[in-house]
Design a protein around this ligand. Structure first.
Ligand SMILES: [Zn+2]
Length: 174
């Protein structure tokens, strides 16, 4: 396994060769992935096995594994949880191309070329939990809370008739 270069690879040639490529990426180097995480520590390992289906279409099985630190959507604490996922993608010329097999994800490969980092990142985003959480209510409850707003600063504590009473008193005085 090597970090490899990030140059686009030729899907058609690799599909004909039935090549399997392995890469490892620091999560810090994948901007779309970083957005859903508590921080950018950890790595994303990817294995892409190119092949051709019965009709000769270029496809690949993309398998990923990562050990990211997610941000709990309830308390904000980082939660370390392994993500492992696998999908079959079919390389298409553009977004309008229909993929006949519903089990496959279309993946746009302009000019028949694709960046392995993009494949790995897409698979990560497909598999990522929508709302990661601690799965332990006690842990969420122990999380440090943001300081409560000072009561004096909250306008809701002002009684609604204060203004009216001031007005009436002024009226009495005249
Ligand atoms: Zn939590």
């Amino acid at each position: 396994m090597s970090s490899g270069s990030d140059e686009p690879v030729d899907c058609e040639r690799l599909a004909s060769e039935r090549a399997t490529l392995e890469r490892e990426y620091p999560l810090a180097g994948l901007p779309r992935v970083r957005d859903v995480l508590a921080d950018a520590t950890g790595t994303l390992r990817a294995r892409v096995a190119f092949a051709r289906d019965g009709q000769g279409r270029a496809i690949a099985t993309v398998a990923i594994e990562a050990n990211p630190r997610w941000r709990c959507q309830r308390c904000g604490l980082p939660v370390e949880r392994t993500l492992a996922s696998r999908s079959v993608v079919e390389f298409v010329a553009d977004e309008r191309t229909e993929v006949p097999d519903g089990d496959r994800e279309p993946f746009v490969a302009p000019g028949g070329r694709v960046r392995l980092a993009d494949l790995a990142e897409e698979e990560f985003l497909l598999a990522a939990p929508l709302a990661p959480s601690c799965d332990e209510p006690e842990r969420c409850a122990r999380a440090p809370r943001p300081a409560p707003q000072s009561v004096a600063a909250a306008p809701a504590t002002r009684r609604p008739f204060d203004g009216l009473r001031d007005l009436l008193q002024k009226t009495d005085r005249t």
